[in-house]
Design a protein around this ligand. Structure first.
Ligand SMILES: [Zn+2]
Length: 158
């Protein structure tokens, strides 16, 4: 099986055949906590269908992945992680330090004054309480959905 489920860890995660702490999932993609996070809440968004690099990635799927990363960054701001900002980073190819050959968008939460903990995070890359972190992000996604509904209601009235 070339590029199949069995030889790609992210394909196995997408298929539910390898463990991951998922925070979001739909038909096209899933998002889960990086097992070696740079910062608490560091999340990866991946397409369910295998694509090694941008050259293999369907443009619509790529747009969907970025939309999901955008939503996650906003959700993490609203979560208990209380992020003030985020990096959205996609490393395309080994020349750009892509380490897993299945396209993934990094969403890395940032806070004001976190320079030292980021520096430590880059060295240690150790998860801290992934279940609580994932629950916080899911709550942030729900908060964002509620805001969307509220503004949609306002829109239909006004
Ligand atoms: Zn894969």
């Amino acid at each position: 099986m070339v590029g199949g489920v069995n030889d790609c860890v992210f394909c196995r995660i997408a298929a539910g055949q390898a463990p991951a702490t998922k925070v979001y999932e739909d038909d096209t993609l899933c998002a889960f906590l990086d097992i070696r996070p740079i910062a608490r809440g560091h999340t990866l968004v991946i397409p369910k269908r295998h694509a090694s690099e941008l050259a293999d990635l369907d443009a619509e799927v790529g747009a969907h992945i970025f939309r999901a990363g955008h939503r996650l960054a906003l959700a993490i701001r609203r979560s208990d992680l209380a992020a003030d900002g985020a990096h959205l980073v996609l490393n395309d190819g080994t020349a750009a330090f892509q380490t897993v050959p299945h396209i993934h968008l990094h969403v890395i939460p940032r806070r004001h004054g976190d320079k030292l903990s980021m520096a430590a995070g880059l060295l240690l890359r150790r998860p801290r309480d992934p279940q609580t972190t994932a629950a916080a992000i899911r709550a942030g996604i729900s908060a964002l959905e509620n805001e969307d509904e509220t503004s949609a209601e306002k829109g239909s009235k006004g």
